[in-house]
Design a protein around this ligand. Structure first.
Ligand SMILES: Cc1cc2nc3c(=O)[nH]c(=O)nc-3n(C[C@H](O)[C@H](O)[C@H](O)COP(=O)(O)OP(=O)(O)OC[C@H]3O[C@@H](n4cnc5c(N)ncnc54)[C@H](O)[C@@H]3O)c2cc1C
Length: 382
């Protein structure tokens, strides 16, 4: 497999690695806070990390899917939470605006999204619409020069951010063909952040309930075309899932790095074949997951459809992160248990990896439907 690697990718990823390593001492505080502070987001902006999918003319890097995946892996080695925040911000937050927004929307929003002054999110999930996106019941009704949104979204990453792409059922219609994506902004009348979830993992990704009560937004906030929101959401999720798969690889690789250091410095562990086999097994699986991520990103880089490739990467990488956590904890024994150490954190975070941006069951359905359809190895990745 020959990857299409855009010029400058190696340099950018090297800079991200240095940036992420320098951030490491602040990660425990971010986890305690339950969110990524604005000064960290602004520093990410300076490092190019909040504008990876924003074209250069709007102040972004226009870096492309491969650089994005490599950068998310580097960040997630240090903080899977920040990896999630940046993956969501870039892929399902910024990219749909860059790809489907009007000139006015792009001019107004993308520069601040690229700089990290505006944090972006994507709100689909509701109490009765998680895996089944077509069941969204948040409504959008046109009234004169405005749209009025009503409904409640749950578990929204970056939900307290400035710009949220919100999927709603248009004008009383139901199902995938009756959904529109809207850009909702912090401060829009009738829009508020509700409860902030206290979750088992990914603590620095602030995950919120969003409430729309007669929320009025100008008519020009439709993102893309009316009633084509479902399609737009699915396209955005392809690149989102590549980011989350890269996040899983980074988080697992970060924990493995810590385990290698501990085994090196602990004669009892270095002499234990069980420990050595665990390291070798984890390293092999992480590399396999990484290759799946690169293949999916490479397809996107070439402008090819990558839905199944992204599902395979996300399915395998999230399971790999979970297995890595368990195997490394078994090797480390009680030393892996104190709160905040890399192994217990990976165990908590990796359960979340298997749920958001499509559960493992949903990815198996996407892959198996392709297998039962007109499958060939090449077509199988679409
Ligand atoms: C930390 C975190 C951040 C999140 N961020 C966002 C966000 O930014 N934006 C957003 O919109 N959402 C977000 N989500 C929500 C996430 O996308 C959903 O939780 C996920 O899609 C699953 O939906 P659900 O929780 O409603 O579970 P359900 O869809 O109710 O599924 C429950 C179980 O049933 C299984 N299942 C469901 N349907 C099928 C089927 N057809 N066949 C087989 N099994 C099935 C599922 O795999 C799962 O095991 C986030 C979630 C978390 C935990």
């Amino acid at each position: 497999m020959e990857l299409l690697i855009p010029e400058g990718t190696g340099r950018f990823v090297g800079e991200v690695r240095r940036f992420a390593r320098a951030l490491a001492p602040h990660v425990p505080e971010m986890e305690r806070l339950g969110k990524t502070p604005r000064d960290v987001l602004l520093a990410c902006g300076k490092a190019g990390l909040t504008g990876m999918e924003v074209p250069r003319e709007y102040g972004g890097l226009g870096a492309g899917p491969l650089a994005y995946a490599l950068a998310i892996e580097e960040v997630s080695r240090v903080s899977a939470s920040l990896g999630a925040v940046l993956s969501v911000h870039n892929s399902v937050g910024a990219l749909p605006i860059a790809a489907f927004g009007t000139d006015a929307q792009k001019k107004e929003l993308l520069p601040k999204i690229a700089s990290g002054e505006h944090l972006a999110g994507f709100a689909v999930t509701e109490a009765g619409a998680g895996s089944d996106v077509s069941s969204v019941t948040t409504t959008a009704v046109r009234k004169g020069n405005e749209w009025v949104l009503d409904g409640v979204k749950l578990f929204i990453s970056n939900g307290s951010g400035e710009v949220i792409n919100v999927l709603a059922a248009t004008e009383g219609r139901r199902g995938a063909s009756g959904q529109t994506m809207f850009i909702v902004r912090k401060g829009d009348p009738g829009f508020r952040v509700g409860a902030v979830e206290r979750k088992m993992g990914i603590h620095a990704d602030e995950t919120c309930e969003l409430v729309f009560e007669g929320c009025r937004i100008p008519a020009d906030r439709v993102l893309g075309r009316e009633n084509e929101g479902f399609k737009l959401a699915m396209q955005a999720l392809d690149i989102g899932r590549i980011g989350i798969a890269a996040q899983c690889v980074g988080a697992a690789a970060g924990a493995l790095e810590s385990a290698i250091a501990q085994v090196r410095s602990t004669p009892r562990l270095a002499a234990s074949q069980a420990a050595l086999f665990a390291l070798a097994g984890c390293a092999t699986e992480i590399d396999a997951a990484r290759l799946l991520v690169w293949r999916a990103a490479d397809r996107k880089e070439r402008g090819q459809v990558a839905t199944v490739a992204a599902s395979m990467a996300k399915l395998y990488a999230s399971a790999c992160a979970n297995r890595t956590a368990i195997r490394l904890m078994e090797v480390m024994g009680a030393g892996a248990l104190p709160a905040g150490n890399p192994f217990e954190r990976l165990l908590r975070d990796s359960k979340v990896f298997e749920i958001y941006e499509g559960t493992s069951e949903i990815h198996q359905l996407i892959i198996s439907r392709r297998l039962l359809g007109s499958w060939s190895f090449e077509k199988g990745m679409e």
